[in-house]
Write a protein of this length. Structure first.
Length: 262
């Protein structure tokens, strides 16, 4: 019997920072002394898997003890039924052994992604602050800049809620849209996105949270297998820049919004 709180990080648009967010969420929960399992459903690109491999390599190289999740990548094969059966078995097994299970999904409409979404206790959708990225959630009138109707990904979420209902489970408890890679500039587009997302949240039922800012440090952290939270490790400790301190505060607020401490 699955006991884990299942967090699915999903969006049909690529390049929104799903894997970076997944990794920081995983490590944040591990530092809270929670048992965490992780599944990479985007195993063709495998960014989360490579991030964790880099982390294990850094542990081995420098004798560190950085916490890691119990991880499994599920690459697609030519046999859809077998792939889905493997995912179901992994959710059942890992969900019975861990407090939290984090699923990273591909930036496209894929059968494994749809199945994974249907098990979410919490769905986290990172979204770049761009009208292009907003299009996966809603169609916007180009003249009035008002929302016309929900779009592709909103329909996928609705579909997965129906799949849960068909299994006799309740609908998704919590859908959170995260405004990710925010610029520090108070641009007109940024303000416009805030108004549009606020309107859309009331129409299709999600919570809105500020995400992680656009910072160069995330690119270097990936290669090292590190997260912002690891920078205080005794063997890694160094004076944090103001930008890094701000980034840690952003991360702490985001994780508390997604998974409030008990």
């Amino acid at each position: 019997m699955t006991k884990a709180h299942i967090i699915v990080v999903g969006n049909e648009k690529g390049g929104t920072g799903k894997s970076t967010l997944s990794m920081h969420l995983i490590v944040s929960l591990l530092y809270r002394n929670l048992s965490v399992g992780s599944l990479d459903l985007d195993a063709r690109q495998a960014t989360l898997t490579r991030y964790l491999e880099n982390r294990l390599a850094r542990n081995a190289k420098d004798g560190l003890d950085l916490p890691c999740s119990d991880h499994l990548a599920i690459p697609p094969t030519a046999d859809q039924s077998a792939d889905e059966a493997k995912l179901l078995a992994a959710i059942e097994d890992m969900g019975s052994r861990h407090d939290v299970l984090v699923l990273d999904t591909p930036g496209s409409d894929h059968y494994l992604s749809r199945l994974g979404h249907s098990f979410a206790t919490t769905l986290v959708t990172p979204l770049n602050d761009s009208l292009i990225d907003l299009d996966v959630l809603a169609h916007v009138d180009p003249t009035t800049l008002k929302i016309k109707e929900p779009s592709l990904y909103a329909e996928l979420v609705w579909d997965t809620k129906k799949r849960r209902a068909m299994r006799g489970e309740k609908a998704m408890v919590d859908w959170i849209v995260v405004r990710n890679r925010l610029s520090s500039l108070d641009a007109r587009n940024k303000r416009g996105m805030a108004h549009l997302l606020d309107d859309l949240s009331k129409r299709i039922g999600f919570r809105l949270l500020p995400g992680l800012g656009e910072r160069v440090i995330y690119r270097s952290l990936f290669l090292e297998g590190l997260t912002l939270l690891d920078l205080r490790h005794p063997k890694l400790s160094s004076r944090l820049s103001i930008s890094e301190v701000t980034a840690r505060q952003e991360l702490r607020s985001l994780v508390d919004g997604i998974f409030p401490p008990k």
